[in-house]
Design a protein around this ligand. Structure first.
Ligand SMILES: [Zn+2]
Length: 234
């Protein structure tokens, strides 16, 4: 990735200045960005780029190289741009993302339920779980307990650890460990005193920002595989 991903350190950045380092198809690569390019169940950010008195909408992001796909005029290579993400949308996704961490922590630690996948939306998420004795009642207990954890308002931190330390701590790998082999440093997200995992997404700093979780829907996808949808109210 040639682009410095500013959201990795500060997930609350809404605007930034950058330079166009390459024009590709109908988009631009920037030397730095606040736009999340998508991945790990978190959707890409939308927003606007301003340049030379013009503005174009960022309607898509290419995950592998953080290409900002634009609707409207394309700035030339070497241009300076000012970017603004659709913050209200991103913040609702950040709340959902952090909620998913709390729920997966509770599900695993208290009930031995493993989350096999998730998709984040605005103040909403879908979670897939694999558990022999899963039931709607158990899903409701997990959500109830998650809301209790949110009430504790624990702090959320993100930082890097070395690949060696990462290998010594298999509990940090929630997805295919081979995904991390190319990285020298691994970014981890920790809900202090509660849960820690390798993760490249954006999260809120304090659990209370999540609001209250409710179980919107419970679906059976087979004997062991169940799916829930959760929504957040503030
Ligand atoms: Zn995360």
């Amino acid at each position: 990735m040639r682009t410095e991903l500013l959201y990795l350190d500060d997930s609350y950045l809404k605007e930034f200045d950058a330079e166009v380092i390459e024009v590709q198809d109908n988009g631009v690569l920037l030397d730095r960005t606040v736009f999340y390019p998508g991945g790990g169940g978190q959707p890409f950010d939308t927003g606007k780029l301003f340049f030379d008195g013009k503005e174009s909408r960022v309607v898509d992001m290419r995950r592998e190289n953080a290409l900002h796909v634009l609707e409207g005029e394309i700035p030339e290579k070497g241009s300076c741009v000012h970017g603004i993400i659709d913050w209200e949308r991103r913040y609702r996704i950040m709340r959902a993302h952090t909620a998913v961490h709390v729920i997966s922590g509770v599900a695993y630690q208290k009930f031995g339920v493993i989350i096999t996948g998730n998709q984040l939306y605005e103040a909403r998420a879908r979670m897939d779980m694999s558990f022999e004795n899963m039931s709607r009642e158990l899903a409701e207990r997990i959500i109830e307990e998650s809301n209790r954890v949110i009430e504790e308002d624990l702090e959320v931190r993100w930082y890097y650890i070395s690949r060696e330390e990462f290998k010594r701590r298999p509990e940090l790998m929630r997805v295919n460990p081979r995904l991390y082999e190319k990285y020298e440093r691994i970014r981890v997200v920790e809900i202090v005193g509660f849960d820690i995992q390798a993760d490249g997404g954006t999260h809120v700093k304090h659990l209370k920002e999540i609001g209250k979780i409710s179980l919107e829907k419970y679906e059976s996808k087979g004997r062991k595989n169940k799916r829930i949808y959760i929504t957040l109210t503030s």
